[in-house]
Design a protein around this ligand. Sequence first.
Ligand SMILES: [Fe+2]
Ligand SMILES: [Fe+2]
Length: 339
Amino acid sequence: MAQTTFSEADLMADRDYAREHVVATHRLHGGFDETGRYIPPRSRFRPQAIEAWTESLRARGGDLLAADASLLAGQRYPTVAQSKLLLLHGLGQSFWNSLTITGKIEARGRVLAEMPFPDLQDLAVEDVSEMAIGHLNGGLLKAHGFDEGGEPARGIGGHDVMWFAARDLAFGAGAYPDVDPPERIGRAGAPREVPEIPENFEGMLRFLMNLLLIEFRAELGFASSEQLLRDVDLFQDRRAAADEAADVIDRIRRDEEIHVTSLRLCLGELRHLDLRTLDGGQKPGAEVIDPMWDRLVQWATVEQPKLQAEEQRKVYRDRILGHEDGERILAEFEALAGS
Ligand SMILES: [Fe+2]
Ligand SMILES: [Fe+2]
């Protein structure tokens, strides 16, 4: 039987690299093998651990939490064609801002490595020591947090620095003023949804689900950013650097696959367990997870994109009208909506 318990050192261990990952003087996590293929950080044992836990969950009749492309649905604002139009007219600030904000949101992910989380063994009836959820506080969340926010003390950048490096490759450093992301990007603390279980565990489940949704929907940003950076009509005075920026984003995308799979796995394990209720009873995990997840997906794919588009519309309008040819560009921009 495959190994199903791993130490923190195992889950944090890097593979051996033939070449370190350095981009424009930034030392970054991960590295390359002898053929030049990118290897994600902390992937000496983590992928095989996730694989082994997945296999054993399936052997017990469970599976990863279902999460498919329908999670990417919802209104997109701006579209890739609209962003391209702005870049063609020298209105690069919006794209610049989106790269900066994404990097800063990634940096917040370091909290996963720093914050103590409740031990899900106290929630689960069954023994979880040989499951992914039994390893969350034993290296799994720490590895995840380091992937997002890097190891500043060792001078190694994670996803935060990778987004900033990509931005500076494409635009040149300091091309536009710095900008900060909104306070919160997950769904705000709803009233108690599952009052039968302790509040701290409901909070933790909500946290893991929000994280999965953000990780999964990050794909939208990867795809549109890469498409813009590789567009030969754009960044014409910095083509090679813009292509390298797209390569960096593709490496972040590779790293995130591990996050999406491990979160789907943790939630899949929880669905398949019995959870302790406050009255001393128990409740099937699926009855706790599924309704919470459905509500969150509805918010993230329908309600939130609509609100966000409404909020952004005015910002874009003002920015475009600041251009000397603003009226004409705005008409073209609006005509491209939904493209
Ligand atoms: Fe990330
Ligand atoms: Fe991530």
